[in-house]
Design a protein around this ligand. Structure first.
Ligand code: HAM
Length: 420
């Protein structure tokens, strides 16, 4: 359907906003660069299998939210719903399988067929990082501390870090049985979704938002102590490293996260300012992914933050900042010959680094000055036949200063001085 409105859950980002995106991306590259991360750009679509295998067939994202299509060659492809699986696929082409650590960051659009709401879109954007190939609690803590550093650089204060451990796959059996035994006694009082989860996705009951289920979850047994001693130690070491780094956190045993690939550490950053129900601005953890045709899984740790949600939080905190504006020079022309000369002068000044606007139609001086004013010009240069003939320009500072004449040859020096 041809319409001026983009499809539901998508947005146009106009220049009045896009400068904020660029600044945020620059801040990310700058901060993550200090920790040794380089940018990786992967395709926006991948073979569907990459996500099915990578994220887990039982996850809501894979079952209900993926934009999957067949291309002309009969391949099943999917618009990426998240970044980790594609990054992992790409890194298999490096020596990560030989235990050589890779540190990459990325930003760009992700696609999930969710019900659009404030802060929840179908095409949304993430900035994320992955540290792949090595396993150490200190790496998990450093990754979290880097996320907090990034938020601080964006002026986002007051965010809460929630953290938990998913243990390793072998811990899920004993810990899961403990939970299953408890939830079985309360099945009748649970919401219909949780009754399905009980069969297929037991752990997700822990983060159900229904008040009835939340009350049941509040009484659930402490499954963390059913993990192996090694998994418990790993998590405690992460917390110790966070303490050493001065990063505050809240251990939250109800935090399981929606993707199946997590092991050990999982975390989420929530912020109550400006976001309503969609209050997770970032999430991540340690994960283990097995992609098609790969013989053994590889571990990494990383996170992704929703760019739209970061911007909304900045708005609510009054931390949006101001765009950097080049000071504008406006060229006003009297007559056709002057217009042509000003077209050339504009090109010359722009090459020399100035920001220039000019009127290209035959307009009165009053109309041209009105335009200069509307565009916020700092200086107007006025030329007509007379100024062209004598090689000068009339200079009108827009701050109310006196109009005067300067030689064309001196214009660049003059502008450099007055606009500095
Ligand atoms: P995720 O929690 O699914 O994790 O998404 C990360 C962030 O993306 C969320 O905290 C939220 O800010 C944003 N987000 C997710 N869905 C939407 C949506 N529909 N609209 C707007 N924003 C959204 C991941 O994607 C993992 N790949 C993170 C990760 C990286 N784990 C390890 N490495």
């Amino acid at each position: 359907m041809a319409s001026a409105t983009p499809p539901p859950g998508t947005s146009d980002i106009f220049p009045a906003e896009s400068w904020r995106w660029r600044r945020l991306e620059r801040t990310a590259a700058e901060i993550f660069g200090r920790y040794g991360y380089g940018e990786l750009r992967t395709p926006i679509f991948e073979y569907t299998e990459v996500f099915q295998r990578g994220l887990g067939g039982e996850t809501e994202v894979v079952q209900k939210e993926m934009y999957t299509f067949e291309d002309r060659g009969g391949r099943s492809l999917t618009l990426r719903p998240e970044g980790t699986a594609g990054v992992m696929r790409a890194l298999l082409n490096t020596d990560v399988l030989n235990g050589v650590e890779q540190r990459v960051f990325y930003y760009g659009p992700m696609f999930r067929g969710e019900r659009p709401a404030a802060g929840r879109k179908r095409q949304f954007h993430q900035v994320g990082v992955e540290n792949v190939g090595r396993v150490a609690p200190e790496l998990d803590a450093e990754c979290i501390a880097m996320l907090m550093h990034f938020l601080e650089a964006l002026g986002i204060t007051g965010a809460e870090l929630r953290i938990n451990s998913r243990g390793v796959m072998a811990d899920r059996g004993p810990a899961g049985e403990l939970l299953r035994g408890y939830f079985r006694q309360h099945l009748d009082a649970m919401c219909p979704d949780c009754r399905v989860r009980f069969e297929h996705n037991l752990w997700r009951i822990l983060d159900c938002k229904q008040p009835g289920c939340r009350a049941i979850v509040a009484g659930a047994p402490d499954y963390f102590h059913a993990y192996s001693a090694e998994s418990q130690r790993y998590f405690e070491q992460v917390l110790r490293a966070l303490d050493a780094l001065g990063v505050p956190y809240r251990v939250d045993r109800e935090l399981v996260r929606g993707l199946d690939y997590y092991v050990h550490t999982v975390f989420e950053i929530v912020h109550t300012a400006g976001l309503g129900a969609q209050n997770a601005i970032a999430g991540g953890g340690r994960y283990e992914l097995l992609l098609p045709e790969q013989s053994r899984p590889v571990q990494g740790v990383g996170f992704a933050a929703g760019i739209e949600r970061l911007l909304l939080t900045q708005d609510a905190l009054g931390a949006a900042g101001e765009p950097e504006k080049g000071k504008l020079v406006f060229l006003a022309s009297l007559g056709e010959a002057a217009r042509m000369e000003n077209l050339k002068l504009a090109a010359d000044l722009r090459r020399a680094g100035f920001t220039v606007a000019l009127e290209v139609e035959d307009k009165s001086m009053k109309a041209q000055l009105r335009t200069a004013n509307r565009l916020g010009a700092a200086v107007v240069l006025i030329r007509g036949d007379q100024e062209i003939a004598s090689g000068v320009a009339a200079v009108k500072p827009m701050d109310g200063g006196e109009q005067r004449e300067i030689a064309l040859a001196d214009v660049k020096d003059f502008l450099s001085q007055t606009l500095a």
